[in-house]
Ligand binder design. Structure first.
Ligand code: PLP
Length: 389
């Protein structure tokens, strides 16, 4: 019996020390009592939907983001869809976004019968190419969706000016950049997700602010939009069984809000831990001739949802294998740019228009990135990478 117990204990310790792409278990252990008490409270009070935890979280989140309205919803994909519904985008309207992002951004555009218009990205920051956005604006364009990919913001100030000039809406996809700050030319700062007309985020477990299931939120400083979003997430209703508009069922549930209430006050520290890991990677890897470490945009802080390098000598897949063979997880975000996805073949995007995303799909590699990475783990990861070259 004793043997069995110590065997499982050792096995667990080993599992805990293993380098992981995202380590949610060890993060949980540090705040276990708070999370467990929050979840127990929801169950004790059986306030599963629209409970006090959700209200408290929305108000603390709005305060953290320095935005007038933060409305919880079911997930980040729904947040984007709800934003487009709230802005009354109509079938046939064109929405410009990036070719190099998670499918959700473009999926909801197509789902609503809108036309996704994709632009290429910067090879250094992986962020939307603003000059191409300008070129793609037509009389049918109604909105632009900048994606704050991997943890830093798109260049919002010129985008906002462009939107103003053409009377377009900006919906920020800040699923990967919660907590990052954008700096305007004046020196003024704003949180990613609070600059455009509506900001959308995801609380998917591995996100910088992640819950223990699905969750998301929308942000706006516009009172009328805030009210409309609050109604759309809840069947278009503000009074039970009275429906003012077509809505959806997409509410943040109370158990997820309880988890988020424990994690939100720690978000800045979590992001700092990621930035420290990124600094370590930068200094260990940037001298290697075949590795391009991620460039930090001058206008944004970087909360490193992903630490993504480019392997420029054509050996990305070999390096990936080498790392996996040595027990080091890594991942390719994203292996197929959206213009080349089968799901979007009806839109007939031209390959030649996306030289950067076509190159990135063969070069990018994301390394383990989370709040619990130790210096010795970072050392193992970087030494194993350098060994390969
Ligand atoms: C850039 C981006 N947009 C949208 C989403 C969708 O969020 P969710 O998974 O919560 O629906 C994600 C999540 O992975 C994302 O990374």
């Amino acid at each position: 019996m004793f043997y069995i117990k110590t065997y499982y204990f050792r096995k667990k310790i080993h599992a805990m020390e293993k380098i992981q792409m995202v380590d949610l278990y060890n993060q949980y252990k540090k705040i276990q009592s708070e999370i467990d008490a929050g979840i127990a409270d929801v169950i004790e009070n059986t306030a599963f939907i629209k409970g006090p935890q959700v209200k408290a979280f929305e108000s603390k989140l709005a305060e953290y983001m320095q935005v007038k309205h933060a409305v919880g919803c079911g997930n980040g994909t729904d947040a984007l869809q709800i934003a487009m519904m709230a802005l009354d985008l109509q079938p046939g309207d064109e929405v410009i976004t990036t070719d190099f992002t998670f499918i959700a951004t473009v999926e909801v555009i197509a789902l609503l019968g809108l036309k996704p218009v994709l632009v290429d990205v910067s090879p250094e920051t992986f962020l939307m190419d603003i000059h191409q956005v300008q070129q793609m604006i037509t009389p049918q364009t109604k909105a632009i969706v900048p994606v704050h990919l991997f943890g830093q913001t798109a260049d919002m100030e010129p985008l906002m000016k462009m939107a103003e000039g053409y009377n377009l809406y900006i919906i920020e996809d800040t699923a990967q950049a919660i907590g990052s700050d954008y700096t305007f030319k004046s020196g003024e700062q704003a949180k990613a997700g609070t600059i455009g007309h509506i900001g959308c985020t995801s609380f998917f477990p591995s996100k910088n602010l992640g819950c223990y299931g699905d969750g998301g939120a929308l942000f706006t400083n516009d009172d009328a939009l805030g009210e409309k979003i609050r109604s759309i997430v809840n069947h278009g209703s503000s009074k039970k069984y009275y429906h003012d508009r077509i809505g959806v069922n997409s509410r943040l549930d109370s158990i997820q809000a309880a988890v988020l209430n424990a994690k939100l006050p720690r978000l800045d520290d979590y992001n700092k831990a990621r930035q420290r890991a990124a600094d370590y990677y930068d200094s260990a890897l940037s001298s290697c001739a075949h590795i391009m470490t991620p460039k930090r945009a001058e206008w944004s802080t970087h909360c490193f949802h992903q630490y993504t390098i480019r392997i420029t000598n054509g050996k990305r897949d070999d390096l990936k294998k080498h790392l996996l063979d040595n027990g080091i997880p890594c991942a390719i975000y994203y292996p197929v740019p959206l213009h080349a996805q089968k799901a979007f073949e009806a839109y007939e995007h031209d390959d030649a228009f996306f030289p950067v995303s076509a190159m990135l799909k063969d070069e990018v590699l994301s390394l383990p990135m989370h709040t619990e990475l130790s210096e010795s783990q970072l050392n193992t990861i970087t030494t194993t990478i350098l060994e390969f070259f």
